[in-house]
Design a protein around this ligand. Structure first.
Ligand code: HEC
Length: 176
């Protein structure tokens, strides 16, 4: 090989090596910033999401979506499945009510959004290894639709319950 060609090959080799090293450093930095990849992210229950249950347009859109998408399991009147506190033969939990008798209102808006969008994700919105029949609606409902459904559910709560859930939502937002 001529000398000038050798030099060019060597230069190309160094550039390639440089690129590989730069990528490795970038990946390591990303991993450092995001934490170890094997660990789940902290529960998505903080966030500043506030869903306005007094928006009449949003609520009426949500009411229709609830009937189509949620009522089959959570009940036409948000009453949940019968004996919803007892495990099914499968070992999984039935669908709980979304009315004042359930525990939906114990959760901040951001967590309700995350559960509806992604289902109960083990290590994120449920304990590790948790199995659930709650479907993820991400591919079925837009984020706006999910907000509308939750606005409808929230709009049905008596003021005392609604106020308690607003407080839970405000506190979750403040933790961030
Ligand atoms: C196929 C049945 C099914 C459908 C349809 C369904 N859910 Fe669920 N959902 C469940 C079950 C079962 C649970 C309880 C999960 C568990 O604890 O394992 C649940 C739990 C939830 C929870 C958590 C409640 C809490 O107090 O922890 C929310 C929020 C929720 N569903 C919202 C919705 C919304 C909104 C819709 C409609 C867009 C919907 N679900 C449609 C079965 C369903």
């Amino acid at each position: 090989m001529e000398d000038s060609k050798k030099t060019r090959w060597r230069a190309a080799g160094l550039i390639a090596l440089g690129a590989v090293l730069a990528t490795a450093v970038a990946l390591k930095t990303k991993q450092y910033l995001e934490g170890p990849t094997a660990e789940p992210k902290p529960p998505a229950d903080g966030g500043g999401l506030r869903i306005d249950a007094t928006d009449a347009v949003l609520v009426s859109k949500g009411k229709a979506l609830y009937a189509q998408q949620c009522a089959a399991c959570h009940g036409a009147n948000l009453e949940g499945q019968p004996n919803w506190r007892e495990r099914l033969p499968s070992g999984r939990m039935p669908a709980p009510p979304h009315d004042a008798s359930g525990h939906t209102w114990h959760h901040p808006d951001a967590l309700l959004f995350a559960i509806t969008r992604n289902g109960l994700v083990p290590g994120v919105t449920a304990p590790r290894g948790y199995e659930s029949d709650m479907p993820a609606f991400a591919g079925k409902l837009s984020d706006n639709d999910i907000v509308a459904v939750l606005a409808y559910i929230k709009s049905t709560w008596p003021e005392k319950i609604a106020a308690a859930q607003r407080e839970v939502t405000a506190q979750a937002g403040n933790r961030r």
